[in-house]
Design a protein around this ligand. Structure first.
Ligand SMILES: Cc1cc2nc3c(=O)[nH]c(=O)nc-3n(C[C@H](O)[C@H](O)[C@H](O)COP(=O)(O)OP(=O)(O)OC[C@H]3O[C@@H](n4cnc5c(N)ncnc54)[C@H](O)[C@@H]3O)c2cc1C
Length: 271
């Protein structure tokens, strides 16, 4: 175990690039999740090597039609000194089609925040800026089993992973959303076992997800766990899997995609 070279997670770097894009289509997937298709010639060389990549999304300031986006330089992003910076948040490249110059992002419509507010009123023709992805962690698909865990913010990555896994791959998805109206259908050729849990049934946020993970049976063999969602919940999920279930730390990638009461949080979780 743990020496199969085909199972090594690899890091890929991409040149940093900022792109100005326009909304081509807005499609509500559920009352709580909206898919926005962006387009622009800047996408001709867009690259995203992993389902858990992210782009930094720049939103127009109130009253402006376009976001202020930085210039890429060898030392990183350079912001114009004379302009107020745009608000920026991280989102998953859910699908892209270089030939068609399209990129889909999916926005969880939570109560308050510039990104969620932008998505709730997004219309064809609106502008957004994106930066990156700067790099990717490529998790091989050849594990004996995969476990994907997350909340609404992880749905785009989970949906993309399920589309990318080869036919017959053994995968379980354990997902917490607000209530059954937030469920989506996944397109996958993998052998998927999915568990949906609802915050409406739980005493506290993350409680339903943690309980479902505790109840998840883990097969033998070489597996990989990927988890993303609210910070405190992800910490508890990772703690349980590593310390109580014996998952090797090289076989789990857990990240905070947001944090209750804080803005724009992204943390990879390790010890
Ligand atoms: C690598 C990465 C990839 C991500 N991919 C996606 C994605 O594809 N789709 C997606 O929807 N999100 C994704 N996220 C999460 C998203 O970046 C955050 O939810 C972000 O905070 C949203 O920005 P906002 O402006 O709406 O809210 P903020 O201004 O950041 O936060 C405002 C308030 O809302 C709370 N909050 C933030 N997000 C949520 C939420 N989902 N539910 C409830 N309360 C929340 C905050 O705690 C804060 O109190 C990703 C995050 C990371 C780090």
């Amino acid at each position: 175990m743990h020496n199969r070279s085909d199972l090594a997670v690899t890091r890929v770097r991409h040149p940093l690039k900022f792109r100005l894009l326009q909304v081509k289509q807005v499609r509500p997937l559920t009352p709580h999740l909206t898919r926005v298709t962006l387009t622009g010639d800047d996408l001709h060389d867009f690259e995203s090597a992993s389902f858990d990549d992210h782009v930094k999304v720049f939103f127009p300031r109130p009253g402006a039609d376009k976001p202020v986006i930085p210039e890429a330089s060898p030392d990183g992003p350079v912001f114009a000194a004379d302009q107020p910076r745009s608000v920026a948040r991280d989102f998953t490249p859910r699908r892209y089609d270089r030939a068609a110059r399209e990129l889909d992002l999916e926005f969880a419509l939570h109560e308050a925040g510039p990104a969620a507010e932008w998505a709730a009123q997004a219309r064809v023709g609106h502008y957004l800026g994106i930066g990156g992805p700067r790099g990717s962690m490529v998790i091989p698909t050849g594990f004996d089993w995969h476990l994907l865990i997350g909340d609404d913010t992880a749905l785009p990555a989970i949906g993309r992973r399920l589309e990318e896994l080869p036919a017959g791959t053994r995968v379980a998805a354990v997902i917490e959303v607000g209530d059954p109206s937030a469920r989506i259908e996944f397109a996958t050729a993998a052998n998927l076992y999915s568990v949906w849990r609802y915050r409406s049934d739980a005493a506290f946020r993350g409680g339903a997800l943690l309980q479902a993970v505790r109840e998840t049976w883990l097969p033998d063999g070489d597996g990989y766990v990927w988890a993303a969602g609210e910070a405190a919940t992800m910490r508890a999920v990772r703690y349980h899997l590593v310390n109580e279930r014996g998952i090797d730390k090289t076989r789990i990638r857990a990240a905070s995609y947001w944090k209750e009461g804080a803005v724009a949080v992204h943390e990879a979780l390790d010890d």
